[in-house]
Design a binder for this molecule. Structure first.
Ligand code: GLU
Length: 454
């Protein structure tokens, strides 16, 4: 059977690095199994869903290298959900309830006060047709609950009913359906909560594996029951731990914290973000991996840890720098051009080890091309003037720095830092930077002479 997965965000905000963990897990799993990745927008919440968020999510996924095989929106598929709801109603498994949120809250408090679990008591199942008609004529609209299969003959006599599954991240899991309230599938205004549309889509789209955050574990028991009521076996589930910052704080989509867009705008590489998002909270080392294909060769759901996946956003910078240091010229030349650099392989290979971000190359391009006023301390003026006089004739090449500084050492008696630093500062304006031997030919004779006052 073809492996089919889906990433199912609600387009109610921008996705952040924690959401990207779920998207990447699905993408990598599909990639490993030559399967299909569906991007499904769970946009049944009409008030909060926005087209611009859906578009932004597509852009963010594309930046990470995720190109869905198929994109769907639940708002286009309501007829399918209606058909499923009708079937459940006809089977007596979806029943109308008229309690207001206040009434429900009062009952829950009462149950808690009596030391009972605050589980819905199915009172609405006892309503006669006349009572329902009377409530409707008062203007009350029903919400609809799914009758959980947690009883033998009498729905008011529930019994322990374990739903078990072998979770690809968490191992054997079980939920007792008798400990849960019948879930509301349809709101009073007729709109669907996420549960039923998600199940209908997972069945209709042939989803074989649902990989999502562990905040959904408790839903899975209910969802299995609904899959069965709709005549399907249900997919394999994997619930991964959620990314949190070091202090354990979760990432909220609406706060804009660590959004993929903000990480992109900060000049981070997508693979720095993906390496951290995928490898954190697993038994594997968090290290920079150069491509999603390479990440797919080490990705393994069974290495996902049971505890939370804590990370320090500062680690992104280090991962990024390590990626940039090894980045081949072909991978960056177009980007360098777009930054106004006329890139050559030799330029990139000279500067990359000093770049934490690709955009840091701009500073070195400026140093190479000039004009630039270097920094010369008063004590070094005479020495720098001498250096100008003694710059070897002919082409400036990889030999020049060595022969120039040897001659200057012999002439002035300077050595070590007092020999090299004044030249570096005069020629680049910086105290640190790429190897001067390699940088010198790129700066070129004219720029060198212009930066060394005679
Ligand atoms: N729209 C749901 C969410 O974002 C999807 C959950 C699921 O993958 O089943 O949490």
């Amino acid at each position: 059977m073809k492996v089919t997965v889906r990433f199912a965000p609600s387009p109610t905000g921008h996705i952040h690095i924690g959401n990207s963990r779920t998207a990447l897990f699905n993408w990598l799993f599909a990639h490993q199994h030559d399967g299909e990745f569906i991007l499904r927008f769970d946009d049944t919440d009409r008030e909060r869903s926005r087209d611009e968020f859906a578009e932004a999510i597509k852009v963010d996924l594309a930046w990470l290298g995720i190109r869905p095989h198929r994109v769907e929106r639940q708002s286009d598929r309501v007829a399918l959900y209606d058909a499923a709801a009708e079937k459940l109603k006809a089977d007596g498994l979806l029943y109308p309830c008229f309690e207001t949120p206040d009434e429900l809250e009062r009952r829950r408090s009462r149950a808690r006060a009596l030391g009972r679990p605050p589980v819905y008591d199915r009172a609405a199942l006892k309503l006669t047709d006349e009572e329902k008609a009377a409530l409707e004529s008062e203007g009350r609209r029903p919400h609809w609950r799914f009758l959980l299969p947690n009883y033998d003959d009498d729905p008011f006599e529930t019994k322990r009913t374990e739903v078990t599954w072998n979770d690809l991240c968490r191992g054997e899991q079980s939920v007792d359906l008798a400990s849960l309230s019948d879930p509301i599938l349809i709101r009073e205004d007729g709109s669907y909560l996420y549960t039923l549309p998600s199940i209908v889509d997972d069945i209709e789209m042939g989803v074989t594996h649902v990989i999502r955050g562990e905040d959904h574990v408790a839903n899975t028991g209910v969802q299995y029951a609904i899959f069965q009521a709709l005549g399907a076996a249900g997919p394999v589930f994997a619930h991964h731990n959620l990314l949190t910052t070091r202090d354990g704080e979760g990432l909220s989509k609406r706060k804009g914290a660590l959004s993929i867009g903000s990480l992109r705008d900060a000049g981070l590489e997508p693979m720095a973000v993906s390496s951290l998002a995928v490898l954190t909270g697993t038994s594997q080392a968090v290290e920079p991996v150069p491509s999603l294909e390479a990440l797919a060769t080490r990705f393994d759901l069974s290495t996902v840890s049971r505890s939370s996946a804590k990370f320090d956003p500062c680690d992104l910078e280090g991962l990024n720098a390590r990626l940039v240091h090894d980045m081949p010229f072909d991978a960056v030349s177009d980007r360098l051009s777009r930054m106004g650099i006329r890139p050559t392989q030799i330029f990139w290979e000279t500067v990359r080890e000093n770049c934490s971000k690709v955009s840091d190359a701009c500073q070195y391009w400026h140093i190479v091309t000039g004009p630039l006023e270097g920094a010369i301390d008063d004590d070094d003026r005479e020495f720098v003037g001498k250096a100008r006089e003694m710059l070897p004739e002919g082409d400036v090449d990889l030999e020049t720095w060595g022969s120039w500084t040897s001659a200057l050492k012999a002439e002035t008696g300077r050595k070590g830092k007092s020999l090299f630093m004044p030249l570096r500062k005069a020629l680049t304006g910086l105290e640190h930077g790429p190897d001067m031997k390699a940088l010198l030919p790129l700066i070129g004779r004219q720029n060198i002479l212009d930066r060394l006052p005679g």
